[in-house]
Each structure stands twice: as C-alpha cells, then as structure tokens.
Design a protein around this ligand. Structure first.
Ligand code: SF4
Length: 295
C-alpha cells in the first residue's frame, strides 16, 4: 500500500514490447502488483502488446479488485476483446492474509460465465483455505493454529517460494544461521541473475532477474549488454557471488559484517539495505528503492 500509485504507461509498454519482439520473444504473461486494479490502464498496455505482435499467455490476478459480478464480467469481456483468454488466479495462504476467499471463488465463477480460462495457482491449497471463513482474510498465524506449527515451514516448498524480500523477512526467524566466514567460503556466482528462461520487466522498463527482486537494469540498456562498470553490484554477484559483493561493500562503503546470517541471501539483503537505506545511496542496479523501503 505504501508504494507510489504508478502503472506502466502506454509509451513504456510500447518500448518494452518492441524490444522483446526484436529479441525474439513472442508471448508474455502480465503480473503485478495487481494488474487489474486499474482495468482501463491494463487495456492501454494490451493495445501495445497487440501493436507489437506479442501474445498474452495470461494475466496474474489475486481477485482483490472483485466488487460484483456485473462489473467483473464487463472487465473480463474487455480483456477477451484485447486478446487475453486466461487469468492466473492466486489461491494460497499468503494472498489469503489480505484477500477474503469469497472474492477468489466469485472471480472464478464470473470467468466461467464469460468463458475466460482460469489457471488456478495453486489448487492444492483450495481445501486448506476453504475450510476457513471465506468472508474474511486469515493471517499465517491462524493457519498455524488450525494446521499446526509445521504448516508455515512447509509452505515455501509447496508454493515454490524463493526466500527473498518479504518472504525472507517472514521466514528468517525459522531459518538456521551460518557464520559470515562460512558464507564467504561457500560463495559461488549467482548465475540466475543473468538467466533469461523466466524473468520480469517492471513498470519502469527494468529487467528484474528471475530469482532476485530488488535488482534492476533498464531493458533498453540490457539488450546491448549491461555495462559491468555501471552495474557493479549486479556484476559482482553474477560473476563472483556473495564474496565478490561483500568485498566491494566492505572495502568501498565501510560495511561491517555481523557474526552470522540466515544464509547468503540474508547477507546479500543486509548489505543492500545498508547501501540503500542506511547510506541512502542511489545505485543504478539496486532498484526500485521501494523494494527496500517497504518490505
Ligand atoms: S545472494 Fe543475492 S543475488 Fe545471490 S541468490 Fe541470494 S539474493 Fe540473489
């Protein structure tokens, strides 16, 4: 809720889709935030996809925008008119912390009425969530009370959740600790940072790596190969790993390591938070700032 009320502009969407198309990408999925919070804005983005011959595989939604069947059906029909035929609908306890399950059920029903395909993510949580009162959201603590303490510890694996950002903050107290020295000894390049099998582009046109939010390189620069001198943090992690990043932050920015961390990603976040929040630095690869401020 504290994030700026921004949305991808049609100009940015046009730029991103035209680059993707030039690089050989023919289809994308659209995620958020919540892309359907502003239905008129998503239509502008979809027009740009159509203009650049990019297919939309699906739009991800958490159903929070559902108000009633009539307005929802209108939105769904407009999406279909703009080439969207599938919605990925979030079904999991993490979203149920904020969104009552009746909205998810009602959205699925509306989709079926207008023949919009539904890609439920994930059906295996349906019974767990449906056993609770669907008129209100439920905290993870409530899930632990109903299904036992282990339930929360098992959720990341069941959901396929990478422990970064808010997930790392939630699970950190349950994670084992490693010494700073041990983490450095086990350092290896974070190759997924440069992976293109699955990545995202944010509303500002930045490439977001598959596995690690809080890093960004503008797609319009990346298409020609990112400058390793400009994106030094990204480069140190991708080429050397956490040891390379630690070396840079300690020597050049005066970071003082703690004795232990909940693994290398916890150390990585601690150093990134130090740079962005404590030193207030505006570093080109550590974006968006909100990822650090509002997690
Ligand atoms: S150490 Fe940093 S860059 Fe590497 S996987 Fe963890 S969060 Fe991502």
């Amino acid at each position: 809720p504290q994030w700026p009320d921004d949305y991808m502009t049609p100009t940015m969407a046009d730029e991103v889709f035209s680059i993707l198309r030039r690089l050989g990408c023919h289809s994308v999925h659209i995620g958020g935030g919540e892309p359907l919070l502003k239905p008129d804005k998503i239509l502008d983005v979809l027009k740009m996809a159509e203009k650049n011959n990019i297919d939309i595989e699906y739009i991800e939604t958490n159903a929070s925008w559902y108000r009633n069947e009539a307005t929802t059906k209108t939105v769904l029909r407009e999406l279909k008119d703009h080439g969207v035929h599938t919605l990925l609908i979030s079904i999991d306890p993490y979203h149920n912390e904020y969104i009552p399950f009746w909205k998810v059920k009602a959205l699925i029903k509306a989709c079926s009425k207008v023949r919009m395909n539904v890609f439920p993510w994930l059906m295996e949580f349906w019974d767990d969530i449906d056993a609770m009162d669907d008129r209100k959201p439920h905290s993870l603590d409530e899930y632990a009370l109903v299904y036992g303490e282990d339930y929360l510890a098992q959720l990341p694996n069941r959901y396929g959740l990478g422990l970064k950002g808010r997930a790392l903050k939630t699970y950190k107290p349950m994670m084992g600790k490693q010494s700073f020295q041990r983490i450095l000894e086990e350092s290896r390049p974070c190759r997924l940072l440069a992976g293109v099998y699955h990545f995202h582009v944010d509303l500002y046109g930045n490439f977001i790596p598959q596995s690690c939010p809080g890093f960004a390189i503008p797609l319009k620069e990346l298409q020609y190969g990112a400058d390793s001198d400009k994106y030094r943090i990204f480069h140190s992690l991708e080429s050397v790993g956490i040891a390379g990043f630690a070396d840079l932050v300690i020597k050049e920015y005066g970071y003082k390591p703690k004795a232990e961390y909940a693994g290398r990603c916890d150390l990585c976040y601690d150093m990134r938070n130090y740079l962005v929040l404590e030193l207030g630095l505006d570093l080109p690869d550590l974006k968006p700032e909100g990822h650090y401020k509002y997690v």
